[in-house]
Design a protein around this ligand. Sequence first.
Ligand code: ADP
Length: 741
Amino acid sequence: MPRLGVLTSGGDAPGMNAAVRAVVRTALNRDAEIYTIHEGYQGLLDGGDLIRLARWGDVSSVLELGGTALGTARCKAFRERDGRRQAAKNLLAHGIDRLVVIGGDGSLTGAMRLSEEWQELGAELVAAGVIAAEVAARHPALKVAGLVGSIDNDIAGMDMTIGADTALHRITEAMDALSSTARSHRRTFVVEVMGRKCGYLALMAGIAGGADYVFLPEDPPPAGGWEQHMLQELLDGRDEGRRNPVIVLAEGACDSDGNPITADQVKQVVERGFGGEVRVTVLGHVQRGGAPSAFDRNLGTILGHAAAQALIDDTVGDAPVVIGTRGNRVVHVPLAECLAQNDAVVEAIRAHDYPRAMALRGHGFKEGHAILRTMLQARPSASEPKPRRLRLAVLNAGAPAPGMNAAVRAAVRIGLDKGHEMLGVDNGFQGLIEGHVRPLGWMDVSGWVSRGGSELGARRTKLVGKELYAIARTLENERIDGLLVVGGWTAYVGAHAIYHERGNYPACDIPIVCLPASIDNNLPGSELSIGADTALNSIVWALDRIRLSASAQHRCFVVEVMGRRCGYLAMMSALASGAERAYLHERGVTVGDLLGDVEALKRGFLAGRRLGLVIRNEMANDVYDARFMGALYEEESGDLFDVRVAILGHLQQGGAPTPFDRIHATRLAGECIDHLIAEAGGSEPGTSSFVGLDGGKTRFWDLQDFPRMVDLGNERPRAQWWLALQGVADALGRADRGTDG
Ligand code: ADP
């Protein structure tokens, strides 16, 4: 029977608990023995009660907790060989030779050392008579799976580290709050965010928080005085009507000669050269704290599950690996490779080779950086005259999705910056029918990045014959060369209908691009649509409260979430909240399933469980609706537990967009406008398409493929990547266990 250990080390990061929970429960499901090692490497050295055999209930109700329930510590002794020998002794004494280490690059470097020295340390322990030779021989290698828990997102080559998304939540919330008070007082705010060696948080906060100036370690202001550069940008902004600048500064910001730039220096320069009150806010440890975001819970869960599986299945070789995601897929990468790439970035910054530092950070960072540069400008750059100035229109269609405004803002600014005319259509396709089209300028979209709902107005309009005729008239009258449609299912159907009319109405023969924006995440060709992350976080926020409302009451909640016939929100919120079951339309629901689930829950309550949580997609089954399910659960539960039904409703659609939705919307919109310009400005008639994230890359699909790629009856894509997570959900949410969540 394999024996595993898991520890968290270094700086704590939200989502570490989810990872530990997943490691422990996956191991137990596989009949492996799993030890939790408390207080990081210090616990490994001290041994005793700090290395404990874990049970299912030891990791109950931890998903919603920030920090790490296992504890973490900085351990100087582990940096020395003597310390690592002591650690090896404790591991060998417990028969543990497979280790999951969750921490930052320091912690992973430590794990690497321990694994490299394992055999030698074993031999030394045998020679000293501390460990029997057979014991050392039984464990010839220490297999290590590392998970990166770090709010900085500073491991090159992976999508995200565990904790970075939550840190961005905290930063964006703070920036939204500061912007509102700044407006009331005509103040400038300087916001310092974490990131000594990595500008990820500052960069993304700059995009998501609508900053006016950003300092990054990888991209110092141009040589010749940062003071002058910053002031000029701020003064230009003021000329255009930007009143309350927000300046974001990474901890590790420096000038082009590598001299540090501090928040106080920035404050003084702004006070002298720009005037008004200036306030410095150092966000500090707030960025680490609070409940983990839905994304970090699920990332931790998925990676923890994968790490335990890999160690048990023995797919990790003798060299340690990092398990992370690339393009939304779980990958194993040699730890040595990750650490070397990290060192290379730090070295490039130290050598003032900023282009190289930027290149090593990877594609997403570079692309985000380019977009941020445009968004920060006070006005469109004076581009060289275009052979033809295109008139590009943007509209929102379908139900409002948080992040739509961020998409429109980015589209307008990037289009203007490239020298084209940008038009906004009010009220979705209805505006196109009625001719409500107006020019949008640079400052017209100011502040839109943080707003929920749809500033342009979005409506669900089904297009039929005479409406299509009216739309063709508007396209012709307004001389529209290309159309960006930001929206959900009805937006795609509408765009497809216009596209279909191009033979009848020549005005319809323009390139159209659809950008997926729907909380339901039910659009083809894209792993994630804009708005889904915000809705997911709203649901998880509500579920945390629902759970707490019932503490110690012996109660089961049946919670209904949105999604129409797409189970994405149900599945992902179940995973993030530790629900026992998610009912999806994709999987179907039978009365036999329901009875089986109540029986499992009854066994759980008999064994000591106090809370049950099941989540139902709103259209999982038309007959077995939420009320029916609640009644069935209540009737069958006897007096073991009572049942409450909660239908979350429209709180899921509202609210300020999450940082991810803002950033994702901004980047996708940028790519869509570039694409539209290329299609509309070429000599050939342009094609129409819909865009999406596919394996982490942006991809444009031909609009004519829309019907082929979807299940039209159920209004969802034929391929849905997240259904593969069912195995993880089943492994971790066992209703028959006697402990909660
Ligand atoms: P993080 O893991 O968040 O980067 P640290 O750099 O503080 O945090 O590392 C956490 C712990 O990992 C250290 O206290 C030490 O025990 C161990 N560690 C860090 N670097 C090394 C190293 N080069 N060799 C051995 N152990 C190390």
